[in-house]
Design a binder for this molecule. Structure first.
Ligand code: ADP
Ligand code: ADP
Length: 228
């Protein structure tokens, strides 16, 4: 099945130049795609189309078979529960502990985190942050923040994980670690879309995941292949 499907999709922030145009892209369930391209190429914009944060100004974007422009507020909220998003500059609430921050999506979805402490602690352990559960976000290192952001993105057990430069602020070893975690999620059947300008990271992924590389330039996807 195709989970995210763009047909001749484009987006313009207004003004003369469109940020993106004529994008055709289908992400099959369980696939792993890198999205690369120079700064300003439109990677973040494309990701936002893929999780419904932006609606296309031309063409169609279907999320789990539903036209993103036709989704109601509630419909979009349901779709968003199935897509976990990892941002480069992950925002946490600084007055809540890491564990409390991770429990927030559950609260927002009307679930009781107190009944899910087991899965919460498993998640913290998976990203190697069990010992930081009661820390406040300002005390976390860059690498810890990124792993926390990944944990928060998967807390609702989404089908798709969309990550925007998740390794932007961390060293090489931590980048590899994040990639390994994303590879594990992919092996569990989750669809992964990862934007990065770090070509070395994409090369390093080869033994870890079977990924395709999408290259964005001049507002269009230039190539979709397994090679760079
Ligand atoms: P990338 O993630 O590849 O760096 P972006 O999607 O962030 O690219 O940006 C694509 C283009 O759209 C750039 O020219 C950028 O300046 C422009 N852009 C991004 N966000 C906005 C915005 N909110 N308003 C106007 N222009 C924007
Ligand atoms: P990483 O390689 O994961 O980015 P660092 O070497 O930056 O880690 O940090 C190592 C340890 O120091 C971590 O446990 C981190 O939480 C802690 N630490 C880093 N910065 C601060 C800070 N400003 N206040 C308190 N603890 C910090």
């Amino acid at each position: 099945a195709i989970v995210i499907d763009l047909r001749a999709a484009g987006y313009s922030y207004g003004g003369s130049a469109g940020a993106l145009s004529g994008i055709d892209l289908s992400l099959p369930a369980g696939s792993f795609h890198f999205l690369t391209g120079p700064s300003g190429a439109g990677k973040t914009t494309l990701l936002k189309l893929c999780y419904g944060e932006l609606k296309p100004s031309e063409g169609q974007v279907a999320l789990f078979g539903k036209d993103s422009r036709m989704l109601s507020r509630d419909g979009l909220a349901l779709v968003r529960q199935r897509i976990g998003v990892v941002h480069q500059d992950c925002r946490f609430l600084d007055h809540l502990t890491l564990a409390e921050n991770l429990a927030l999506p559950l609260l927002v979805a009307g679930r009781d985190p107190a009944r899910e402490t087991e899965s919460l602690s498993q998640l913290m352990s998976w990203v190697g942050l069990s010992h930081r559960a009661t820390a406040y976000p300002p005390a976390l290192s860059g690498g810890e923040r990124q792993r926390a952001a990944l944990a928060r993105a998967v807390i609702m057990d989404p089908d798709v994980i969309i990550a925007d430069e998740p390794t932007g602020n961390v060293d090489w070893e931590m980048s590899q670690r994040l990639l390994t975690l994303l590879g594990e999620l992919n092996r569990l059947g989750k669809t992964v879309l990862l934007a990065t300008h770090d070509l070395a990271l994409i090369r390093a992924a080869k033994p870890l995941v079977q990924a395709r590389v999408l290259r964005l330039a001049d507002g269009r996807v230039q190539a979709a292949g397994t090679e760079l």
